[in-house]
Ligand binder design. Sequence first.
Ligand SMILES: Nc1ncnc2c1ncn2[C@@H]1O[C@H](COP(=O)(O)OP(=O)(O)OP(=O)(O)O)[C@@H](O)[C@H]1O
Length: 344
Amino acid sequence: MTDVIGGAGCSARRIGAHGHWGGARWPDSIVTVTELVIETTGLRCRYGSFEAVRGVDLAVRRGELFALLGTNGAGKTTTMETLEGHRAASAGTVRVLGMDPVVDKARLRPRVGIMLQESGFAGELTVAETVELWRSVTTGGAGDRRGRFDVLDALDLAHRSGVMVKQLSGGEKRRLDLALAVLTRPELLFLDEPTTGLDPESRRRTWDLVRALRGEGTTVLLTTHYLEEAEELADRLAIMHRGVVAVEGTLGDVLATEPSRISFLVPDGLSVADLPGLPSVLSREVVDGRVELSTADLQQDLGVLVGWANARGVRLPRLRASQASLEDVFHNVRGMVERAGVAA
Ligand SMILES: Nc1ncnc2c1ncn2[C@@H]1O[C@H](COP(=O)(O)OP(=O)(O)OP(=O)(O)O)[C@@H](O)[C@H]1O
């Protein structure tokens, strides 16, 4: 099991809990009764003497979209390439659709769609020829001929069918990569940074297509550097740093691992000493007359504070309350990993 902890009262799994997954709402029964399309246990991957992935446990359930986020060099691509069967694990177990992705690569290929960071298709072929070639490689020529036009259409590439791949723009190439990955309507789709370099409209189209596939039951493992992409699409997500998973769960679970904030100006005629004590406050600072609180339970502390003020007819000038953002959590993963004592 990866070395992770759960924050009190939330079901995210977070690194540093002395070898067990914590979190009150993470019932084992869910994991055991739901079919796992991807499962790794203690996954480790080496490049020579350098260990890029250092004991990762992943459990991706059928039909969910799981986002793998992380700092540069965290090991996301290495993990994905191992799941795709492109490299062997140096330790741990890996199951994809119940099979070993290296040993059973040929059996997995028709069921899995892969969008790599770099595709490397022949530049001299047209878009249509590339799609046709890829269709015959992956399905032996069988399959739905109409489907290929639908997917080119969905990604706004139909009008570029007769253009050579080398003449496509970077964003168009990326969209072609995605079109090829989804051509056979795979059960499982690996998307490695699918929207890097795309303009906002193309990104939106890509999200729509991914959502539609997920709606049809496709399981998706996505890596991305765009936090809003994970927020938009992911059922669950994990954030990696230096080869380990720092935190994992639904977006809500992951956000709940970081304190929320409340701030307001000290009301006229009162001093800081007059303010009420709040049950879940973690820290309190007063800067230039502004009270800044961090809290483990925003709803509870905000309720107590506002209730106190209303009962006394006190206004709390420039009152602001905000939950932690995914960016806040992301910024703290380095610290989480270091505090857990597993930094490389
Ligand atoms: N072929 C290789 N030989 C040696 N080291 C490698 C090789 N490929 C990757 N690495 C190293 O392994 C670590 C993990 O790399 P990986 O590409 O998996 O990270 P990543 O999380 O996908 O990073 P990024 O977000 O920057 O793309 C990095 O430190 C990288 O330098």
